[in-house]
Every structure is written in structure tokens, then in C-alpha cells.
Design a protein around this ligand. Structure first.
Ligand code: SAH
Ligand code: SF4
Ligand code: F3S
Length: 462
């Protein structure tokens, strides 16, 4: 039986989108909707989309095709599209899929209650035809701080929206607008609410988080200090730091603020200065290596992760080999590797020397293979070490598929009651025996086994 006002959210893309979906789900709850984890019984389906690569958009288009078919037999179904693809395509989406009820751009989340009310005036049983359907205006988009309904130990919190770095390959500045920092007081209020609702770990988000505060006369260091003093909060992480903007002062702040986990996600993208110049990244390989040196001088075992693009236009075999050499030299804990995807409207899309698909695939595979071996080596070197682990879920017997689409309320198909999953300060997955421990505990664990994506540990003193 289909119930009215049962909402289901499908999220594609990055952590920022996941955060947006969290905020949207809170807004929907406050406005009389119930969230369900069963798509079939939802009467309101919201797709939060991503435009970063063609593949991400293709997945959304195929999901939309499926929903439009369902709507033919189920006229009450409401389909809403939001996120980066909604912002990028706006009206074009509605032309292609007239069954969409409305399109909400990335700056319009705070407007959602008004838009829902406006739409509510039209009948739930008909497609909304009168009035406006596409809401993609530029706005300062201050996220509303609402009450927290959902349970959990960890949450994302956006602190700065947008980006104006205009890396030559990237669609984000066009779909997320210029950088806008949220007021510190609002961020603090939101984190306090999250901690009250049970959160122990917060990951602060920004496309370039180190730009936080430049537009409002605040500083990222100052924000970290204030967040650090929130009682009950145990761990702080932040994403993403642009290698050009990371400073010695920030690196040295970590020991002073021990809740900040020593995990540095620093996307290098390429190990060749020639390619970095074409990408417009604003740093050299030497500069990048210098930062890593500073970090390792300060901490014995930091976790260092990165993003890499394989097959950028103009990337020669030598350039690519330089990337392979760099990842071997640095020894990243993990690298998120992507095949270059031309995005319409970005400069790189028009660059000469676009590489053939097979060559991009070959380079991507080589990157993945080399990185897999490095991750295994690094994890195996952790065997015998002592780690602080936050236990955050029961161990699903069948590991969850690493799909890019994550439903908000994903439930494991079957659960192994005898072990728990946790994360180290470096964000590595650790499997531990459940015995006397529960989800939410922080335990001290000795690592006894490792593969390339997880560790197995036992509690010390047990
Ligand atoms: N703001 C972050 C990255 C956001 S996008 C930063 O600057 O580091 C996440 C990752 O997607 C990027 O780091 C990059 O590796 C990858 N990416 C972005 N645009 C891409 C494209 N057109 N093709 C392939 N990968 C891309
Ligand atoms: Fe994209 Fe570059 Fe901005 Fe990151 S810093 S979001 S890669 S333009
Ligand atoms: Fe994120 Fe994709 Fe948008 S990576 S910012 S959801 S284009």
C-alpha cells in the first residue's frame, strides 16, 4: 500500500551531497513527511544528483527513466531532482522528463519548505504543471539548523559552500557557486545539536575547506578551536584540503587540539608538473612533497589519502609514470583514482590531445593496481600497533557493495552479531570481536591482521 507523504531519498556523489540529503531529510521530517528505507512504498522520491563525471550523470538518468515508468501507473508519485545535476541542467531535465515534479538547485535547500507549500497547493494526485518547476537561483544558501531526527554516531557538517578554484577539468565551481562560509555560530549550534543527539565524530566539509572564513573575516583555525571545545564531541575530521592552501600553522595545530584526527586528505591529482599546470592546480610536485614532509616530521604515523586523475588530456606516458612514481614514493594509505571525464563547459573539455578511452582505462587500472599493493603494504605494517577505535556499526556479514548511490537508511542484509566494525583515527576500518563492547564505545585495539582495505584487531587488556 502506498502511503502519502512517505519520502525516500537517493543520494549520489560526494560527502557534500550526503550532508545535503541529511539536511533535506530533517526539513522533510519537520514538514510532515516520514522517511522510509523502502523505495516501493514511498510517494515522494527525491534524487540528490552528482555531475562530477559522465558516469555519475548516467546513473541518475537511468534511475529517472525507471521512476518515470513507475509514475505512469502511480500518478500520486512525486519526483524531485536536486543537487549538482539539477543545478547544471535545470529546465533541460524537465524537458526530457516532464514527469519530474520540481527541480531544486544546490543553493535552494533552505527554500524547500516554501517550495513544498507552494507545490502542496496543487493536487498531490497530479503532476505540478502550473507555477514554477525549476528552482536554481543563486542564493547565499544558509543551511537551516533544524532539530536532528536521525540516529547515528557520525555526521557531516558543511562549513563552506562552493569553490572558485576553477581547476580546468572540474564542474564544481559551475554547479556549487562561489565560496560562501557559514557563520561560525550556526556551525557550532548545529554541532551542539548533533552531539546532543548522540554524535561522537563530526567531519567538516568544504570543496576547499581551507578557504573557510576568508569571506566573513573568520579563520579556519579559529573555527577548529571553537568546535574542539564542544563537550561530548570526541573526534573531528575535515575535507577537502587544497594542497596549495595547507599551512605549517595548521599542521602544527593538530597536537594542540587532540580531537582532530591525524588524517590528511590532500588530493594531488597528478605527479607531473606539466599536468598540474594544465589542470590549473597552483602547486608543484615539489611543493606537495614538502607538505607531506612537514606532516611526517610532526606525526609518527599520519593517515594520508589523495585523489588522482588518470588520462588527463595531454598526459604523456612519462607524465603518467611520474604519477606512479609519486604514489610509490609517498605511500598513500588510500587513493581515490578516477578516469578523466570531459565535462561540458570546463576548459579541459576543449584541450587538444584527449586520450582514447582504452588508454584512459589502462592507466586507471594501473593506478588502481599499484595503489592496492601500497595500501596492503601500509596496512600490514600496522600489524602489532595499538590503535584507538570508535566502534560504529555491527559487522554486516555480507560487506556492503561500494556503490556510489547510498540510500540514507541503508540496512545491512544480515549482521554478524559476534563482531563490530570501527574506525581508527586514521579512518581505517577495523573488525573487532563484539564480546564486552558495544557500538558507540571507543576502545584500544591491537592490530593482528590486515588486508588492503581493512584491519582486524583485538582489545588490549581483555
Ligand atoms: N574539492 C576537491 C575535489 C572535489 S571533486 C579538491 O579540489 O580536491 C573529487 C575528485 O573528483 C577530485 O579530486 C578529482 O580527482 C575528481 N574529478 C573532478 N573532476 C573530474 C573529472 N572531470 N574527471 C575525472 N575526475 C574528476
Ligand atoms: Fe573542483 Fe578544483 Fe574546486 Fe576541487 S578545488 S572543487 S577540483 S575546482
Ligand atoms: Fe559533489 Fe558531485 Fe556535486 S562530487 S559537489 S555532488 S558534482
Amino acid at each position: 500500500m502506498i502511503q502519502k507523504k512517505m519520502a525516500y531519498i537517493i543520494t549520489y556523489g560526494c560527502q557534500m551531497n550526503k550532508y545535503d540529503s541529511d539536511v533535506i531529510s530533517r526539513i522533510l521530517k519537520t514538514n510532515g513527511y516520514n522517511l522510509t528505507d523502502d523505495e516501493e512504498c514511498a510517494s515522494f522520491i527525491l534524487i540528490n544528483t552528482c555531475s562530477i563525471r559522465k558516469h555519475a550523470e548516467d546513473k541518475v538518468l537511468s534511475k529517472l527513466g525507471e521512476l518515470v515508468c513507475r509514475k505512469k501507473n502511480d500518478k500520486d508519485l512525486r519526483i524531485v531532482v536536486c543537487g549538482c545535476m539539477a543545478q547544471r541542467l535545470g529546465n533541460k531535465l524537465v524537458h526530457r522528463f516532464p514527469e519530474i515534479d520540481f527541480v531544486l538547485g544546490t543553493s535552494m535547500i533552505a527554500e524547500l519548505p516554501n517550495i513544498l507549500n507552494e507545490n502542496e497547493e496543487s493536487s498531490l494526485s497530479t503532476t505540478f504543471i502550473k507555477g514554477k518547476k525549476v528552482y536554481t537561483e543563486e542564493s547565499s544558501c544558509i543551511y537551516p539548523v533544524t532539530s536532528i531526527h536521525e540516529k547515528g554516531l557520525k555526521s557531516f557538517v558543511a562549513v563552506i559552500l562552493g569553490c572558485d578554484n576553477y581547476c580546468s577539468y572540474c564542474i564544481v565551481p559551475y554547479v556549487r557557486g562561489k565560496p560562501r562560509s557559514r557563520e561560525k555560530i550556526e556551525i557550532i549550534r548545529e554541532i551542539e545539536l548533533l552531539v546532543k543527539a548522540g554524535r561522537k565524530e563530526i567531519t567538516l566539509l568544504g570543496q576547499n575547506i581551507l578557504a573557510y572564513g576568508r569571506d566573513i573575516n573568520e579563520s579556519f583555525d579559529g573555527l577548529l578551536r571553537d568546535i574542539h571545545s564542544i563537550d561530548g564531541l570526541m573526534r573531528i575530521r575535515f575535507l577537502t584540503s587544497h594542497p596549495r592552501d595547507i599551512t605549517k600553522d595548521l599542521i602544527e595545530l593538530f597536537p594542540e587540539l587532540p580531537k582532530i584526527c591525524e588524517h590528511f586528505h590532500l588530493p594531488v591529482q597528478s605527479g607531473s608538473d606539466h599536468v598540474l599546470r594544465l589542470m590549473g592546480r597552483g602547486y608543484t610536485v615539489e611543493h606537495y612533497k614538502q607538505i607531506i614532509k612537514e606532516i611526517r616530521k610532526k606525526y609518527p604515523c599520519p593517515s594520508i589519502t589523495t585523489d588522482l586523475i588518470a588520462g588527463f588530456p595531454g598526459e604523456t606516458e612519462n607524465d603518467f609514470n611520474d604519477t606512479i612514481e609519486l604514489i610509490k614514493e609517498i605511500g598513500f594509505d588510500t587513493a581515490f583514482c578516477f578516469k578523466y571525464s570531459p565535462r561540458e563547459g570546463t576548459p579541459a573539455c576543449k584541450f587538444q590531445d584527449q586520450l582514447p578511452e582504452e588508454e584512459k582505462n589502462r592507466r586507471l587500472k594501473e593506478l588502481l593496481d599499484v595503489q592496492k599493493a601500497i595500501s596492503l603494504q601500509i596496512n600490514q605494517a600496522m600489524v602489532g600497533t595499538i590503535q584507538e577505535v570508535l566502534l560504529d556499526e555491527k559487522n554486516p556479514k555480507k560487506a556492503a557493495p561500494l556503490a556510489e548511490a547510498v540510500s540514507l537508511t541503508w540496512a545491512a542484509p544480515s549482521v554478524d552479531e559476534s563482531s563490530l566494525l570501527g574506525r581508527t583515527r586514521g579512518d581505517k576500518v577495523v573488525i573487532v570481536p563484539a564480546k564486552n563492547h558495544r557500538v558507540g564505545d571507543i576502545g584500544i585495539v591491537r592490530v593482528v591482521e590486515a588486508n588492503n582495505w581493512s584491519l582486524r584487531g583485538v582489545f588490549v587488556n581483555e
